[in-house]
Design a protein around this ligand. Sequence first.
Ligand SMILES: Nc1ncnc2c1ncn2[C@@H]1O[C@H](COP(=O)(O)OP(=O)(O)O)[C@@H](O)[C@H]1O
Ligand SMILES: [Mg+2]
Length: 477
Amino acid sequence: MTTPAELALTCTDLTPGELAHLQRLLGSWSVLADLSFSDLLLVVPVTQIPGEDPALVVMGQIRPNNRPTLLEQDLVGQTVLQSSWALSTEALERGEIVRGAVHHPLVGESVPVENIPVRYGDKVIAVMVRVYSRQGHVPISMYEKNYLGVFGRLVAMITESEFPFRDEDVGTEETPRVGDGFVLVDDAGKVEFASPNAINAFHRMGIYSPPEGNTFAALGIEDTAVQWALATARPVVEEVERRPDVIVLVQCIPLLKEHRATGAVILLRDVTDVRRLDRLLLSKDAAIREVHHRVKNNLQTISSLLSLQARRLAPGDGQDALYEAERRVRSIALVHEILSRDPGDQVPFGEIVSSLVRMAEDSVVSSRPVQISAHGDVGEVPADIATPLAVVLAELLQNAVEHAKPTHVVLELSPRQVVVRDDGCGLAPGFDIGRTTSLGLSIVRDLVVTQLGGSITMGAACGGGTEVRIDLPVGRR
Ligand SMILES: Nc1ncnc2c1ncn2[C@@H]1O[C@H](COP(=O)(O)OP(=O)(O)O)[C@@H](O)[C@H]1O
Ligand SMILES: [Mg+2]
């Protein structure tokens, strides 16, 4: 797919400001297609190459939501000779609307067209081509008359460089469309016309009096958006809440003449259901957060109970075992602590590493301090991987400070490998991680193989000490 920006760069002379103006037009022109019951094309002159015939490139195309399209083909990116699109070329050169009918191979039959010069500042930079069926030419119903009337006012603004609005944020797919509910107000904010769908929206808001001749305020609808749009001549999008359970998105497009608002189009969209879902999702997020928070608190309670009990025992195996259990529980609590702040599928493991390092440092009892440094990062880790990995690292760091009597412990982290190296006394001769039956390393081996799906080696580090290397599978979920 070619984007307008790519087209502009590769084959036109548009300046960044001009391109932004056209992008704003493309971002808001669904309103124009619906109000005019027409297919719209945006054509821009192609950079003139000496010796070649001047051409136009189609930079955008939109179909109406309320009529069958007349242009089945995707014309975006196509170039046409200016001589064969003479009406568009004339609009571009004269800076005036040029109407006519065309019979063009791209379009098929002969259809009426309106070529609207798009002005940016003083310069006509593009032409918006409106292609419509002959039946659509004569408005029959009130709503068609009103739609076409407003379209005419917006077209006048386009030719005067007043539409699209400068610096307007467009591109939120949330903004209402004409079919959602259309209201036309005069320069005082009094309703001149409301489409059947707008009337439905009013009913859902509990407003049953006929809107014509009344301001939104008189009808009982929050009308700061309307007044603001009229006063500032700038578009406004606002959400209006009526009664506890109806939320309507209100988009006000002021209609300008010589920079002053002569009225406004108000598009209404009932977003109650959308917002309700948003709120449900929000509360689900809060609930998950809360659960993690409680799990963390419970784990901390268990860890405190274990340490209370350990303190009552005389130094020895029993006490050591309780302290170890306490430490393991605490390393699991770390993961839930992070998840309670930011519940999600992924956990930033770096934060856990710093807490684990602090835990190991705090457990050093000898007078000789041990320096632990961590390098690299595992990155984001799925929540169910974070817990076993945290327990494994806590075990290995603990062993290093406890058994090796090192001065330095180094932790090297990468998404595929974790290394814990110390410069201590080294392993006993004949040590084999595959065969050890001691509890700590059995837990480590088991978690690495079954929960992390990885492998572990443990041996002498070059230069003395011990090195534990854990390889993690690449495509961890
Ligand atoms: N980094 C290390 N340096 C030296 N010896 C170690 C190291 N890590 C583990 N060991 C040895 O392996 C043994 C088993 O460790 P582990 O299974 O964690 O049990 P524990 O820590 O309870 O003794 C330790 O007792 C120790 O002798
Ligand atoms: Mg141990």
